[in-house]
Design a protein around this ligand. Structure first.
Ligand code: HEM
Length: 529
C-alpha cells in the first residue's frame, strides 16, 4: 500500500484523461491485492492439506503426498476401474487415499476387514453424503449402537425360516413370469440381459416386501427406474441436490417409492388387524405388532415389553416404508449382480448346467411342475454350491464403507484418525489362495462338506460380519438357488462371449463389462436330461 500512495502523490497534477488511467491502475491494485490474498490463502490451504494428509497417513501405504492439491485422485474416482481397486488392495494390508477433505483407509486383509466390521465402538457404517437426503435422516440405517441393535431385533423375524416360507410362492410366480420374459427378449437373437435382470430382481423384492398391496404398474415403474437411485448414490456425486442432476432424479424416485410403501403399510396393518393371513414382509411385520398388542392386553404392557425376543412396538407407516426401502436399496444392486454373473457363469460351463439339471429332476422325481418349498431347496446341495461359489468368485459387495467415530487402533502400529473413512474390503478374503485353491477359478466342488473352503468360516465375508451383517442373506440364498435350479431345469441359454465378458464394471456392485449377452430358449422336454 505504501507504494500506491507514493504513486498517487506523483499524479496529483494529472489531466482529466490521465485520471482514467489512474482509476484503472487503482482498480488493478485493489484487485491484485484480492487475488494475492486469495492466492496466499490457497497456498496455505494446500500446505495445510498436504501436512494433514502426511500426518494422517503415518506409516501405511499410499502416495507420499497428494499429487493433485486438495482434490486428490477425485477424477480417477469418477470412473473407478476394477483393476485399480485390485492394485490398491494388493498394495498393503492398510493403504490410504485422500479425496478433498475425506481421508480414506482401506483394510484389505481378511483379519483387518473382520476386525473393522466387528468394532462398533470405533466405527459405524457410512454412506455417500447424498444418501442421507435420499434415504432420509430418520432412516434406521443411520442408527448406531444400542438403538440399532434394538431396531434390528424387530426386523430379524422378518427373515426367519417361517417368514421365508411365506415369501417363496409369490417369489416363484415372479421368477416364472420373468423367465418367460427372458425367452421373449431373445426372439430377435442374443441381447444384453443385465438390465432385464435388474428389473427382475427389483420385481421379486417388491412382491416379497409388499405382496399384492403394490400394483403391477407400480412394480413396473419402480423396477424400470430403480437405476436412478443407484446412480444418485455413486461414490462420487454432487452432495447437494440440484434440479435435474442424478441425485435429484434419485430422490424423486426414492420419495415416490416410499410414498407407495406407506400406503402398502396401511393396507397390511388393516389386513393383519382383521386377522388375515401373512403374505409378505409388511404383513409379517404388522402381524408381530398385532400380536405384541394382544400380549400387552393379556399380561400388561411392562410384562409384554420385558419379553424382548418377541415384543415388537408399534411402527408408523413412515417408519415401515423407510425401512422396507432400505431392504430394497440393500438388495437391488447386490442381487442383480449375483443373478447376472450366475447366468453368465453357468452358460459358460455346460457341465455345471447339466449337473444342476440332473439334481433338480432327481429331487422332483422328474416332475418339472413341482414348485420348490424350503425343504426341497435344502436338499439342492449342488445348486447351493454353485450359488455359493458364484458369490465367492464374483462377490457383489467388494467393499463396505465405515466412518471412524473415535480414533481407531486398527493395528498396534496404526490408529485411523477420527472422522476418516475406513473401508473393509471383502474381495481379498474371498480370493485367498491359502483357503481357496486356484481362487480365480470357478469350482463349485470346493464347497463339499468338510472341505478347506467350508471350514474357513472367517473368510466367508460375502454378507459382511458383526452387528450390521446382511439381514437378508438366507432370503438371498433361497431366491438364487430356487431361481437357478428352475432356470436350468426348464430353459436353455447361451452366452455370447466377448472380450469384455470377464472384465468387471463397477456400478455400485460389479457386473460383466459387456452387460451379459445371452440368448434364452424354452426346453421342449425338460423332464429329459
Ligand atoms: C447377493 C445379495 C446380497 C449381498 C452380497 C449383500 C451383502 C451385504 C453386506 C456386505 C452388508 C454389510 C454388512 C456389514 O456391514 O457387515 C449388507 C448389509 C445389509 N443387507 Fe445385504 N446383501 C445382499 C442382499 C440383501 C437383501 C436381499 C436384503 C434385504 C432383504 C439385504 C438387506 C441388508 C440390510 C438391511 C443390511 C444392513 C444391516 C444393518 O445395518 O444392520 N441385503 N448386505
Amino acid at each position: 500500500m505504501a507504494n500506491s500512495t507514493d504513486f498517487l502523490g506523483g499524479l496529483n497534477q494529472a489531466s482529466d484523461n490521465s485520471s482514467l488511467v489512474l482509476q484503472a491502475y487503482f482498480w488493478c491494485q485493489q484487485n491484485a491485492s484480492i487475488w494475492s490474498i486469495l492466492f496466499t490463502a490457497f497456498v496455505a490451504l494446500c500446505i495445510y492439506d498436504q501436512i494433514s494428509y502426511i500426518i494422517k497417513k503415518g506409516s501405511i501405504v499410499g502416495p507420499k503426498f497428494k499429487i493433485w492439491p486438495i482434490m486428490g485422485p477425485f477424477l480417477e474416482s469418477m470412473n473407478p476401474k476394477f483393476e485399480e481397486y485390485k492394485a490398491k488392495w494388493a498394495s498393503g494390508p492398510l493403504s490410504c487415499v485422500s479425496v478433498f477433505h475425506k481421508f480414506v483407509v482401506i483394510a484389505s486383509t481378511r483379519d483387518l476387514a473382520r476386525k473393522t466390521l466387528n468394532s462398533p465402538m470405533f466405527v459405524k457404517p457410512c454412506v455417500v453424503d447424498v444418501a442421507i437426503k435420499i434415504l432420509r435422516p430418520t432412516n434406521w440405517v443411520f442408527m448406531d449402537g444400542k438403538d440399532h441393535v434394538d431396531y434390528r431385533r424387530s426386523l430379524n423375524p422378518l427373515f426367519s425360516r417361517k417368514a421365508l416360507s411365506v415369501y417363496l410362492p409369490p417369489m416363484a410366480q415372479v421368477q416364472n413370469d420373468y423367465l418367460e420374459r427372458c425367452v421373449k427378449q431373445s426372439e430377435g437373437g442374443p441381447t444384453t440381459y443385465m438390465h432385464l435382470f435388474r428389473e427382475f430382481m427389483c420385481a421379486i423384492s417388491l412382491r416379497t416386501f409388499c405382496g399384492t398391496y403394490i400394483t403391477e404398474s407400480q412394480v413396473k415403474v419402480i423396477s424400470d427406474n430403480y437405476f436412478k437411485i443407484t446412480e444418485a448414490m455413486e461414490l462420487v456425486n454432487f452432495p447437494i441436490i440440484l434440479p435435474f442432476t442424478k441425485p435429484w432424479y434419485g430422490k424423486q424416485m426414492a420419495d415416490m417409492t416410499m410414498e407407495i410403501f406407506e400406503k402398502c403399510a396401511q393396507m397390511a396393518k388393516d389386513n393383519m388387524a382383521a386377522g388375515k393371513e401373512v403374505t409378505c414382509t409388511m404383513d409379517a411385520w404388522c402381524k408381530l405388532m398385532v400380536e405384541s398388542k394382544q400380549r400387552e392386553a393379556e399380561i400388561g404392557v411392562s410384562a409384554a415389553k420385558a419379553d424382548k425376543k418377541s415384543y415388537v412396538r408399534e411402527f408408523t407407516n413412515k417408519e415401515i416404508s423407510e425401512t422396507v426401502f432400505t431392504f430394497l436399496f440393500a438388495s437391488q444392486d447386490a442381487t442383480s449382480s449375483a443373478c447376472t454373473w450366475l447366468f453368465q457363469i453357468i452358460a459358460d460351463r455346460p457341465e455345471v448346467m447339466h449337473k444342476i439339471r440332473e439334481e433338480q429332476l432327481r429331487l422332483r422325481n422328474n416332475d418339472c411342475t413341482v414348485e420348490a418349498d424350503l425343504d426341497l431347496i435344502d436338499k439342492m446341495d449342488y445348486t447351493h454350491m454353485v450359488v455359493k461359489e458364484a458369490l465367492r468368485y464374483r462377490p457383489p459387495v467388494t467393499m463396505v464403507p465405515y466412518v471412524v467415530k473415535k480414533p481407531y487402533p486398527v493395528t498396534p502400529d496404526y490408529t485411523v484418525p477420527k472422522g476418516s473413512m475406513v473401508i473393509p474390503t471383502l474381495w481379498p478374503a474371498l480370493h485367498d489362495p491359502e483357503v481357496y485353491e486356484n481362487p480365480d477359478e470357478f469350482i463349485p466342488e470346493r464347497w463339499l462338506p468338510g472341505s478347506p473352503a467350508n471350514q474357513a468360516q472367517s473368510n466367508w465375508l460375502v454378507f459382511g460380519t458383526g452387528p450390521h451383517v446382511c439381514i437378508g442373506q438366507n432370503y438371498v440364498m433361497m431366491n438364487l438357488i430356487s431361481l437357478m435350479g428352475k432356470a436350468c431345469m426348464l430353459y436353455d441359454w447361451k452366452h455370447t462371449i466377448t472380450e469384455k465378458s470377464e472384465d468387471i464394471r463397477v456400478f455400485a456392485t460389479i457386473f460383466p463389462d459387456d452387460d451379459c449377452i445371452l440368448q434364452f430358449s424354452k426346453r421342449e422336454h425338460p423332464e429329459v436330461l
